[in-house]
Design a protein around this ligand. Structure first.
Ligand SMILES: Cc1cc2nc3c(=O)[nH]c(=O)nc-3n(C[C@H](O)[C@H](O)[C@H](O)COP(=O)(O)O)c2cc1C
Ligand code: SF4
Length: 214
């Protein structure tokens, strides 16, 4: 940290990421994590970003069964240890959850990874009071992490444009077609309002079929 600080100008912001809870047998205690954070601050970091666990941790840290903001106590432990801003992360996928964290004083900022793959307009929609239009990350890990761990480009199950933005053509087709999505679950739900589409094979599709025109 000191070497990095010495190399860059004082205006250059250095953010240091630490795992706020190891979740490993024999890993650091909460007090040891707090001490690391204090030393990182003393060495010149401008801000601390918190991760959770390690890839080797046997406890799920960010999969769907992990409740939103589940790790906030570990993040608060870091926040209490230092005077520089602390950023929360992991399973914070909705603006109200993020706001609650900041309002509670557990962190100063929130960083999101997968929610921004699912919806790059997340911040804009929040700012414009359109949070209900956010395409929410479902924490499946199927198209993002599972892909990068097999040397493929990350994309998103609920947003196939992610990582392929320039491959998609947004122009309107000159040859519209009728189509059916068979076996559509929640990911097919937005199609319910599209003309020329029928979604078959899930509880929500019954309403979808009745609401589809053409
Ligand atoms: C495609 C992808 C790549 C990631 N790469 C890194 C990385 O290189 N270093 C790191 O500390 N965390 C990495 N992460 C973890 C995220 O920083 C974040 O901690 C994690 O995704 C949980 O937050 P989220 O629920 O907002 O996605 C990555 C996550 C994803 C989805
Ligand atoms: S594939 Fe998309 S929805 Fe699934 S975890 Fe990754 S970002 Fe979230």
């Amino acid at each position: 940290m000191k070497a990095v600080r010495a190399r860059v100008s004082p205006e250059f912001m250095v953010i240091y990421r630490i795992s706020s809870i190891d979740l490993m047998d024999g890993g650091m205690t909460g007090e040891e994590v707090a001490e690391l954070a204090r030393r990182v601050e003393a060495a010149g970091a401008d801000m601390i970003n918190t991760g959770i666990g390690w890839h080797e941790s046997s406890v799920p840290t960010m999969a769907a069964p992990v409740p939103r903001a589940a790790w906030i106590d570990a993040i608060r432990n870091v926040k209490r240890a230092v005077g520089i801003p602390v950023m929360a992360s992991n399973r914070i996928n909705a603006p109200d959850v993020a706001e609650e964290i900041i309002a509670s004083g557990a962190a100063d900022l929130v960083s999101m990874a997968r929610p921004l793959l699912a919806d790059p307009e997340f911040a804009r929609k929040t700012r414009e009071n359109r949070a209900d239009e956010i395409n929410t990350c479902i924490a499946c890990n199927q198209a993002c992490l599972d892909r990068i761990f097999t040397d493929r480009v990350a994309t998103c199950l609920v947003n196939p444009r992610a990582g392929r933005e320039i491959e998609f053509d947004d122009s309107k087709t000159t040859a519209p077609k009728h189509f059916a999505v068979v076996g559509g679950g929640l990911p097919a739900w937005p199609l319910r309002s599209m003309p020329r589409s029928v979604v078959i094979g899930s509880p929500c599709s019954r309403q979808a079929i009745s609401s589809v025109a053409n």
